[in-house]
Design a protein around this ligand. Structure first.
Ligand code: TXA
Ligand code: MG
Length: 355
């Protein structure tokens, strides 16, 4: 066990000496959890194989699931990647820093463990002053897998990071809650047309404004378990985002969703289970059974994205046995939210309209 130091920093104007002490750990091969606009990341020097391996170990992450490499300067992309296409240059110019990860062919300076032996590398520039300051001060690209134990919901605050990684990292930069709440969109530029491997903080609609021909990988929108061999993004074959309780997602239109969630909650409660209901502002007052929490308003999917992982962790703290969640429309950030909810449920999905 290490003693984890918590450094409270100003999210807009991070104090230099705190960034310097965090960067000292990174330079020495240590681990520092840091805020980004999406979720907290578990930072280590991306070019130091021992440090990268230590990050995998701290998270108990399978070695075949590579992390995202974070940079603070577009120039660094050309050191880490080869054949950077002009499409990427446009996206980096328009959407970085921001919640968009780009997958390129990797260069030979990247250690094999950093990319799990693949010939590609996932890179992004986070839109958070603390993350950018840490990368600059460390003078190296920094890996940033989400700072949670593998399989658990990603951390949107330092409390979540410490729940999972206290004593396993050297320091945590605490800049308060993250802004977006779901991870970055992962876009594979090594295939033509480019494919979204993981929907995230940059909505698909926004990508389409900058590159005409862009597709959603079927895995990204799957509503059932997919053939892992077909899964291009290594992360998709592992259990993800899961609370300890069983989770069932009810999809369809209102009011069918509301009626089905009520019905399921009542059935589970009658079976003697402690039930959690993941509702929305529009429906929350109508549920009478179980621990009921609202994700936010259906007309504001950004608020739902911000709350999702925190609420999944809160249900664990309430010791519920089963969570019944309302599905939401899959536009804007709704696509990322539904991707996370479906995976968290292990594709335990009920279609409300179909009976
Ligand atoms: O918002 C985010 O992206 C956060 C913050 C901390 O930046 N990070 C994050 O990292 O979510 P992680 O490691 O939890 O997720 C990385 C995702 C996984 O789905 C992984 O499979 C995919 O990126 N990935 C990494 N390298 C890849 C590659 N070479 N090809 C395809 N997918 C890759
Ligand atoms: Mg993760």
């Amino acid at each position: 066990m290490k003693k984890t130091i918590v450094l409270k920093v100003n999210p807009q104007k991070p104090e230099k000496e705190k960034i310097r002490s965090a960067a000292d750990f990174i330079k020495k091969g240590g681990l520092v959890a840091f805020p980004t606009e999406t979720v907290y990341g578990l930072g280590a020097d991306a070019l130091n194989p021992k440090a990268v391996l230590a990050a995998f170990e701290a998270k108990k992450r399978p070695l075949d699931n590579p992390p995202i490499v974070h940079v603070a300067d577009i120039k660094d992309v050309y050191k880490l990647a080869e054949n950077v296409p002009s499409k990427a240059e446009k996206l980096m110019k328009e959407l970085w820093p921001g919640p968009l990860t780009l997958v390129f062919k990797r260069s030979s300076i990247v250690p094999s463990v950093t990319v799990s032996g693949l010939d590609t590398i996932a890179i992004r520039m986070p839109r958070h002053e603390v993350a950018l300051a840490l990368i600059k001060e460390s003078q190296c690209p920094i890996i940033g897998p989400s700072a949670n134990l593998a399989g658990r919901p990603s951390p949107t605050s330092v409390e979540h990071v410490l729940e999972d990684l206290n004593g396993k990292v050297d320091a945590v930069l605490d800049a308060g809650p993250t802004y977006i709440g779901v991870e970055s969109t992962v876009l594979d530029l090594t295939v033509s047309p480019p494919q979204v491997l993981r929907p995230g903080g940059t909505p698909f609609e926004v990508l389409k404004q900058f590159i005409k021909d862009v597709r959603l990988n079927p895995v990204a929108v799957a509503d059932r378990e997919v053939d892992v061999e077909k899964a291009r993004s290594p992360g998709v074959k592992h259990k993800h985002y899961a609370p300890r309780a069983d989770l069932v997602v009810v999809e369809g239109k209102l009011p069918a969703v509301f009626n089905k969630v009520r019905e399921l909650a009542e059935i589970y409660a009658r079976e003697g289970k402690r039930v959690g209901v993941l509702a929305t502002d529009e429906t929350v007052a109508g549920y009478e059974v179980g621990v009921v929490k609202s994700l936010g308003s259906r007309s504001d999917t950004a608020s739902i994205a911000r709350n999702l992982f925190r609420l999944l962790r809160e249900f664990d703290a309430e010791n519920v046995n089963v969570i019944v969640a309302e599905g939401i429309p899959m536009d804007g950030l709704g696509l990322a939210v539904m991707n996370r909810l479906r995976k968290a449920s292990g594709y335990n999905i009920v279609k409300a309209d179909e009976d």
